[in-house]
Design a protein. Structure first.
Length: 421
């Protein structure tokens, strides 16, 4: 991923947002994510009210896992296959299907006819384009911003998603669930999808991303072949997957850690998640200040610093100190995704972006349920403190892999389009 030509200086958030098309798409994405953040709170409540004879933990697990099944299959088909569907078309399909599905589920819920099988099937099919649509948002926004605006766009996507998914959305969702019902929140998510649909139709030209990408000689090449040729991207994909995978045991351990080690109640757990969300929001905002640093070394530093967070938590028994440590962890963790994607995209030709970015999005997303499934037995075997320490130590073991991925053999891969290495 090295180049012999000087790359243009990365633009700031403000400079990128002067492009009305980019700003329009990012605004639509922000409002859509608010609806998704509300669902994070409402879906477990809705599930518990209709789980019937199915054990509550199993019912919640099935509902949480349903959106990943078909969306993962489709995303892998796009990333590993040769068929190319324009990103704008995929994102529109995602918005339409999501809005129809959640509006339908909302109607069934508020009329008292929603059952657990109906909810699971609805989420299964309604989220078919979920992962592909997520990668398409990034592709379209970075394509419109250009090479010098890519870093800022990736940073803004992280900033807005953190703000919507972990701060505004859950708060609004909790208020609406408490004042009305969980079923009402389903309509808000449907509205969010419609808002994003309008933003795509208005702000994204039909030719964006496809104009140069489809003419590229690798436009119909599978993502697997691209990764075999671009070994830096392949190695870094492994790092991204396991970075997310090793984080998941923390989510399993955290409620037990707050209850037993910190001797706190549900409000303490809320404080911990609030601290992480606030830290992540500040970290996403600070990505703008990292734009002119060496992205390779920033990635390695993030991995090492985040790994210390669960290790520190394992030896803290005070709620205030634990919240501070978790908040600092969020501050460090937030820049990882925008920096990683910016580094990845800078070394891919236009005809390779969709396949590889879709694979990356899928890998990061699939790591979550897999990590949660294995996190439970890990915590049972090693205990709360042992599980936290193990999560941090395993993340530290990614450092040499990450260093090899981004610091060594930099001339082995082809550089960005039009540049000879």
């Amino acid at each position: 991923m090295s180049t012999v030509a000087a790359q243009p200086a990365n633009r700031t958030y403000r400079e990128v947002l002067r492009n009305r098309q980019v700003a329009g798409l990012l605004l639509g994405d922000l409002l859509a994510n608010v609806g998704t953040g509300m669902i994070i709170v409402a879906m477990p409540v809705q599930t518990l009210s209709i789980h019937g004879s199915v054990p509550s933990a199993i019912a919640i697990g099935l509902v949480e896992a349903a959106p990943f099944v078909l969306s993962t299959i489709l995303a892998l088909a796009i990333g590993l296959g040769r068929v190319r569907v324009p990103p704008r078309t995929l994102l529109i399909a995602d918005c339409v299907l999501r809005s129809l599905t959640f509006a339908g589920l909302g109607i069934v819920a508020v009329t008292g006819h929603l059952t657990l099988p109906v909810l699971i099937v609805g989420l299964l099919f309604g989220a078919t384009f979920r992962m592909a649509g997520s990668s398409c948002r990034r592709l379209l926004a970075t394509s419109m911003a250009g090479e010098d605006g890519r870093f800022a766009v990736n940073g803004l996507l992280g900033l807005t998603s953190t703000f919507a998914l972990y701060i505004v959305g859950p708060v609004l969702g909790g208020v609406i669930v408490a004042s009305t019902s969980a079923g009402v929140v389903l309509f808000f998510d449907a509205c969010g999808a419609l808002i994003l649909l309008a933003a795509v139709v208005i702000s994204v030209p039909r030719t964006v991303h496809n104009r140069d990408a489809l003419r590229h000689p690798h436009a119909h090449e599978s993502g697997w072949r691209i990764l075999r040729r671009r070994t830096v991207a392949a190695r870094l994909l492994i790092v991204v997957f396991f970075f997310n995978f090793f984080y998941m045991p923390i989510e399993v351990a955290l409620p037990l850690y707050v209850q037993q080690d910190l001797d706190a109640d549900a409000s303490g757990l809320g404080l911990m998640w609030g601290a992480l969300g606030l830290g992540a929001f500040l970290g996403a905002a600070l990505v703008n200040q990292l734009r002119n640093l060496d992205q390779r070394r920033v990635l390695i530093a993030i991995i090492g610093l985040w790994a210390m967070c669960p290790i520190v938590l394992a030896f803290v028994d005070d709620l205030a100190l634990a919240a501070l440590a978790f908040g600092l962890g969020g501050l460090v963790w937030a820049p990882f995704t925008p920096v990683a994607y910016s580094f990845l995209q800078s070394g891919l030709a236009s005809g390779e972006q969709q396949q590889v970015v879709t694979l990356w999005t899928t890998g990061a997303a699939v790591a979550a349920p897999l990590g949660l499934v294995l996190g439970g037995p890990l915590i049972v075997l090693s205990g709360i403190t042992g599980g936290l320490v193990l999560s941090g130590v395993l993340t530290l073991l990614l450092l040499p892999i990450a260093a090899r991925a981004v610091l060594r053999d930099r001339g082995a891969d082809s550089g960005p389009p039009g540049v000879t290495t």
